[in-house]
Design a protein around this ligand. Structure first.
Ligand code: E4P
Length: 220
């Protein structure tokens, strides 16, 4: 399972990309509004930093409006993917953009039926929001699991991005369910690196190394 970062924060993107752990970025209007600034320049900057798919969300509500926005966003850089919400106008727009070779990430997916529809219109990616399902007492991972099974049975090529990740366990559950990608907030990527036994292990190795050096130098 590949990892994307779910943020529009340039510093966070640069930091985790330099670690080599992410291969794409997802953004949404709420994430842009946290950062401020000009949306298109920010998307262009992200696309120039990360050599991988960068999802930029269309905000129009009509088919033609979404298609227009999608074409404009796709023209910014070859690695831009248009994020389009699951709705009838979004499905129609995805079909058109797909026929033009523009990749779409269908977002706000909360059911296996929605994921099945996204695949019909040629979405390159679907983003089931597992955390928001958990928030309302549903089992987000169970829905993700159903989508993976259905796509496997029919050999559907649409890639599944596990989204709305709330904690490190969600990342493990997404991988076990067979998601192609998990898009993970910065703080959770950082938390994934850490384990208390790793920290105490590093400390002990360094202490023992120091003891060895001191013993060696006292024998000279
Ligand atoms: C995914 O593409 C979305 O940007 C994101 O994962 C939404 O997560 P949230 O439910 O934490 O807002």
């Amino acid at each position: 399972m590949r990892l994307f970062i779910d943020t529009a924060n340039i510093d966070h993107i640069k930091e985790v990309y330099s670690l080599g752990i992410i291969s794409g970025v997802t953004t949404n209007p709420s994430l842009y509004s946290k950062e401020g600034g000009d949306f298109k320049s920010s998307i262009a900057e992200i696309a120039s930093i990360v050599d991988g798919p960068i999802s930029a969300e269309a905000v129009s509500l009509t088919r033609d409006g979404i298609v227009q926005e999608g074409r404009e966003l796709a023209a910014i850089a070859p690695n831009i993917v248009i994020k389009i919400p699951m709705m009838e106008e979004g499905l129609a727009a995805t079909k058109i953009l797909n026929s033009e070779g523009i990749k779409v990430n269908m977002t706000l997916i909360f059911s296996a039926n929605q994921a099945l529809l996204a695949a019909q219109v040629g979405a390159a990616y679907v983003s089931p929001f597992i955390g928001r399902l958990d928030d309302i007492g549903h089992d987000g991972v169970e829905i993700l699991d159903s989508i993976v099974s259905i796509y496997d049975i029919y050999g559907i090529n649409t890639e599944i991005i596990s989204a709305s990740i709330r904690h490190p366990l969600h990342v493990i559950q997404s991988a076990l369910a067979g998601a192609d990608i998990a898009t993970v907030p910065y703080s959770i990527l950082k938390a994934m690196v850490k384990h208390p036994l790793t920290d105490t292990g590093i400390k002990k190795f360094l202490e023992d190394w120091k003891t060895l050096q001191e013993t060696a130098s006292s024998m000279k």
